[in-house]
Design a binder for this molecule. Structure first.
Ligand code: HEC
Ligand code: HEC
Length: 295
């Protein structure tokens, strides 16, 4: 009997309690989903925000999301956090600017949103310098965000095509809900609507003068010539098959270093498996926006 209880205690000590697993999953997601890039800027307090995000719609500053009651989300319930992620809305009902990529995060599973909450709400409260957003005047007119949202926001969680493999569905989930590759790599109209007919055919952020290459399997315009190992290497080190690297002054370099390199190898392969099945598109974002993006 005694031995039995000793064994039981040992087993209990080894199996991590579920909240611990959620914390670790939350920490991984905080990085993989890119929260870190906007809300934990090097040299500024962790979760204190401060990243400036220049876009053609204006410049938007990531706020403090630490458990600080005045500046952060210290007074929030898990329900408030859920509404922010799933519905892109603050506890007082205000709609968030789409620089907070809620078009993607709305698609996350309940379990992943819960994990992020467990991680974020367990971090120390920090004080940070607050900065007001600077939207271009036309976009700050009352109702503009509502109109844009009606056209563009599709509330989640996401559903997948049951005829596809588990690997493909995992890739689809990562690309659309977590790592939001599609938000950058899909062309947009002047008012920022994603051109879904040219999904992943390449985009640009003219606010930062960056071109986002075509990721469809087109052999010349896209990444049709990339092997699965090429993709794993790129998402781990930033090195492309031709030996060049993602430019250090453009966002993909930072995304690889701080976010995507942390994904498991299976996840990187799943992303490749999903991208592989998209329609090949000959769109050339460089030809479309290269002149406008030239410094
Ligand atoms: C590209 C930059 C960017 C990324 C990536 C990002 N955020 Fe944010 N976040 C923002 C901006 C900008 C706002 C402010 C939006 C507004 O005020 O309308 C914001 C707002 C928030 C808020 C609301 C804070 C409040 O006081 O109302 C929460 C919570 C939040 N982000 C959590 C996250 C989490 C969790 C992640 C990762 C899963 C994440 N963010 C990723 C830029 C980002
Ligand atoms: C915030 C915007 C952004 C996000 C999100 C993003 N990328 Fe990128 N990506 C870029 C930019 C900018 C470049 C160009 C970098 C360069 O070539 O120097 C790029 C380049 C690439 C390239 C190189 C293609 C080529 O032909 O040179 C690949 C592959 C790639 N990204 C895959 C991904 C994948 C997969 C994801 C999601 C896991 C992703 N990207 C998410 C902005 C983004």
């Amino acid at each position: 009997m005694r031995l039995f209880f000793t064994l039981l205690t040992l087993v209990a000590a080894q199996a991590a309690p579920p909240e611990d697993a959620a914390y670790q999953q939350g920490e991984l997601l905080y990085h993989a989903a890119g929260c870190v890039g906007c809300h934990s800027v090097p040299g500024l307090p962790h979760l204190g925000g401060g990243r400036d995000n220049p876009t053609v719609f204006g410049t938007f500053y990531a706020p403090n999301i630490s458990p600080n009651v005045e500046q952060g989300i210290g007074s929030w319930t898990e329900g408030d956090f859920y509404t922010a992620m799933r519905d892109g809305r603050a506890p007082d009902g205000r709609l968030y600017w789409p620089t907070f990529p809620t078009m993607a995060y709305t698609k996350m599973s309940d379990a992943d949103i819960h994990a992020l909450w467990v991680y974020v709400s367990a971090q120390p409260a920090v004080v940070s310098e607050e900065r007001a957003h600077e939207p271009r005047r036309i976009y700050s007119l009352p109702g503009m965000l509502n109109i844009w949202r009606l056209m563009e926001f599709r509330p989640g969680p996401m559903t997948t095509d049951p005829s596809q493999s588990a690997e493909w569905s995992r890739g689809e989930y990562l690309v659309q809900a977590v790592t939001y590759c599609d938000q950058c790599h899909t062309p947009r109209s002047k008012i920022g609507r994603m051109k879904r007919g040219r999904y992943m055919a390449g985009g640009a952020n003219l606010g930062k003068l960056e071109i986002h290459p075509n990721l469809t399997p087109h052999p010349e315009a896209g990444i049709g010539a990339w092997s699965e190992d090429d993709m794993v290497r790129f998402l781990t080190t930033g090195e492309k098959p031709d030996g060049t690297r993602a430019r250090e002054d453009w966002v993909m370099h930072e995304k690889v270093k701080d976010s995507y390199s942390r994904l498991s190898e299976e996840d990187k392969r799943a992303i490749y498996a999903y991208l592989r099945t998209l329609p090949a598109d000959d769109f050339d974002p460089e030809a479309r926006w290269g002149d406008e993006a030239a410094p």
